[in-house]
Write a protein that binds this ligand. Structure first.
Ligand SMILES: C[S@@+](CC[C@H](N)C(=O)[O-])C[C@H]1O[C@@H](n2cnc3c(N)ncnc32)[C@H](O)[C@@H]1O
Length: 236
């Protein structure tokens, strides 16, 4: 049996990125994650990143184009096949569970997971594995459970079978608590910071990137003193 997302969902997933809303949201999400990642590598391949739950390779492609040495992993054979077809030799893609990463400690500069945590049974194990394999930072992006977008997705999940199961939609405070809990147990010291994107009142909220009602939230844990920006003061 296929684990993770099915072939049908894999087909549909890529198409979302081509819709007008998908293109708009994707642009905002990537701008936000770029901000949290900091400047791209000075030379191609100088910095490495693991994309956990890489799906169809949409984020891997973007990271590779920025000059990162990229590895993606996903538990779904259908998603992995699509990602491999899309990426060719621009990035590696492995079939692997996020709960048991087959990489030594501190293998990558960064670990990124975009809309993965809400779909896994053991988010604390997934985060702990990411913290284990990353040297510099772990960035987790989620659809915000206390945003219009999050509430819309929840309703969609209840009203019709979208094939995604019933994901959990984290609020910024919930995500911050989970990240802190995992970091405390990891033995690595870290600062956390977060930002939000996608808001109906985008223009009004522009001044406060930490508006807690934005549709997409990305949280960064700076491991062992690799601090980039801000603090977690608003994360609750
Ligand atoms: C919502 S999709 C996000 C895909 C990609 N990060 C993106 O934003 O386009 C979630 C992905 O997580 C994968 N996934 C779910 N559970 C997983 C696990 N335990 N280990 C690795 N991948 C998993 C699914 O197969 C799916 O590709």
């Amino acid at each position: 049996m296929t684990q993770g997302f099915s072939e049908e969902v894999a087909q549909r997933y890529d198409r979302w990125y081509q819709t007008p809303f998908g293109r708009w949201a994707d642009g905002l999400e990537k701008a936000l994650v770029a901000e949290l990642l900091g400047p791209p590598p000075a030379e191609p391949g100088k910095r490495s990143i693991l994309d956990i739950g890489c799906g169809t390779g949409q984020w891997e492609l973007w990271l590779a184009e920025m000059g990162y040495e990229v590895t993606g992993i996903d538990i779904s054979e259908s998603m992995v096949a699509k990602a491999r077809a899309k990426l060719g030799d621009r990035a590696k893609v492995e079939l692997m569970s996020a709960t048991e990463l087959d990489f030594p400690d501190n293998s990558f500069d960064h670990a990124l997971m975009v809309t993965l945590l809400g779909f896994v049974d053991k988010p604390e194990v997934v985060l702990a594995e990411a913290v284990r394999v990353a040297r510099n930072s772990v960035i987790a992006g989620v659809v915000n459970g206390q945003s219009v977008l999050g509430i819309w997705y929840k309703l969609k999940g209840i009203l019709r079978k979208a094939g995604y199961g019933r994901p959990h939609f984290y609020t910024p405070g919930e995500l911050a608590r989970l990240v802190r809990q995992v970091l405390a147990a990891s033995g690595k010291s870290a600062e956390i910071s977060w930002r939000g994107a996608i808001c109906l009142r985008q223009l009004l909220w522009r001044k406060s990137a930490r508006c807690p009602f934005r549709g997409f939230i990305a949280m960064r844990a700076d491991l062992d003193g690799h601090q980039l920006t801000g603090s977690d003061e608003d994360a609750g």
